[in-house]
Design a binder for this molecule. Sequence first.
Ligand code: KIV
Ligand code: ZN
Length: 513
Amino acid sequence: MRKIDIFDTTLRDGEQSAGINLNTGEKLEIARQLDKLGVTIIEAGFPASSPGDFEAVQRIANTVQNTIVTGLSRTTQGDIDAAWEALRDAAQPHIHIFLATSPIHMRDKLMKTPDEVVELAVNAVKYAKKKFPLVQWSAEDAFRSDRDYLVRIINEVIEAGADVINVPDTVGYASPAEYGALFKFLKENVKGVEKVKLSAHCHNDLGMATANTIAAIENGADQIEGTINGIGERAGNVAIEEVAVALHIRKDIYGFETGINLKEIKRTSQLVSQLTGVIIQPNKAVVGKNAFAHESGIHQDGMLKNPETYEIITPELIGENPIPLALGKHSGRHAFKARAISMGFELSDEKLNAAFRDFKKLADRKKEITEEDLLVLFTDQQTHDTETPVYKLDEVKVQYIEANVPTATIEITAPNGESVRKSSTGAGAVEAIFNTLEELVQGEVHILDYRVSSVGKGRDALGEAVINLSYDGHDSIGRDVAQDVLEASAKAYLNAINRQIINGKVREIETMR
Ligand code: KIV
Ligand code: ZN
C-alpha cells in the first residue's frame, strides 16, 4: 500500500480562524495528541508572526520527538531565520515557505511580476536549504495559477533544493476532477518531480475539500494537509479525520495507508474542540455527536438485526469506547491518578493535586463524575498557564432585588493581586454578569457570540459556556465549565480576557527585545 504523509496544520491554518486564540500550553497539549494520532508532520505555527507563535513552535519542536515539526515562513531571510531559531533543536528541522503564484495574487497582493516571484521563491529555498534538511515550498493559490507558469516555478524551486512541493487550493474553488487533473499534469510535466513529494492542501469553501484531497491522492499526491475537525480560515480546511477514515473504510478501492492511529481520532477531535471553543456540528462526518446515532424506527430495527444495515463506520474504530465506570465522591487519589494516566494525561504532582481538589469540590455537588467531566478537569490543569498573573473569579451571585431586575455582584482578583468587587444590573442574569465584568476588567469589551451547552448527560451535568468577544480590538474565544451555567459564563468571559492578557504580555516582551 502506498503511504500518504499527513501534514497537520490545526495549529497554524486552523488557529488562523476568526476568534481562535490558543495559549502555548494548549498548543503543546494538542501537539502531544497529534503525535499520538500518528500524523507525519505538525505545522506548529508561523514563528516570525508573533513571539507567542515563536515560543509555541520552539516548545513543540523541543517536546515532540516522533513527529516532524515545521513552521510557516514567507520568502524573507528574516522569516527563515526566525523559523530556524524556533526549529533548530527539533529532531528533524522542517520549514514551510510559501509565496503566491496566481495572477491575481501576484499582481494585486504581492505587486510583483511573475519573474520576480520566481526569483524570490528560488532565493528563499536556496537560503533555507543551507539550514534546514527538509524544505517544503507552497505555491499559494496554485489552483488558480497559470499551468505553464506553475510548472516553470516548481521546476526552478526543485532545482533550488525543495523536498516537498505543496499545491494548494487556497480559496476552495476546485472541483475533484479538476484538482486531480492538476496533480496528474504536474506529475507528467515537472522536471525532477520524482525527487520530491507533491502535497495537496484543500480549503472547504464549496464543501469539496475531502473529495478534492482524495482526488489529489489518486492522481499522485504523496502528502495531504488538513486540520482536525476541519477548522481553518473561512469554511475551513479539509478534515484530516474524514480523509483518514475514508481511505481506511474504502481501502478496497483506494489502497492507500496514512499511518493514522484511528482509535485516537475521537480524543483528538474532542480536545481540539474543547480548547479552541469551536463546536463540532452534530451531523459532521466521523466525529459529529450524531455520526453514529440511529433515530428512525426502520433504521433502529435494521441495526438490531444486523448493525451493518446502516453502519459503515463503528464508533470503536475512532476510539469511542464503552464508557468506563464513573468516579464519585468516595473515589480516592489513587483511582483518580490511574484514570488520568489511562486517559493519556501526564500531570505533575502539583497539577494532579489541583485537579483532585477540583474533582472533590465537584463530587460534593454531582453524584457521578463522568469521563467527559474528567476530560475537562485534566485538560484545564494540563493547559493552565501558571506564570502570567491574570483575572481570577472569586465569587459571582445574582439577586433579584427589584422584581425582574437582576443584579450581579462579582468579586475578582485582578492581575496585580488586588481584590475588587462590583455590582451591576442587566436585562437578564447573564447580561448583568457581563455588565459587571466589563466594569471590573480594564478595557473595551464587545460580545460577539455566546453559547451554553451541557458536558455529558443528566440534569446534574456540568454546564460549558463558550464566549467570543473582542477586548481592546482583539477577538478572543473563552471557555469554562461549572455546575452553575452563570458561574461558567463569568469564568468563560474572564478566560477570553485572560487569553488576551497572556498574548499582550508576550507582545510587551517583544517590544523590549
Ligand atoms: O491555503 C494556503 O494556500 C495556505 C498556504 C500558506 C500553504 O495555507
Ligand atoms: Zn491554507
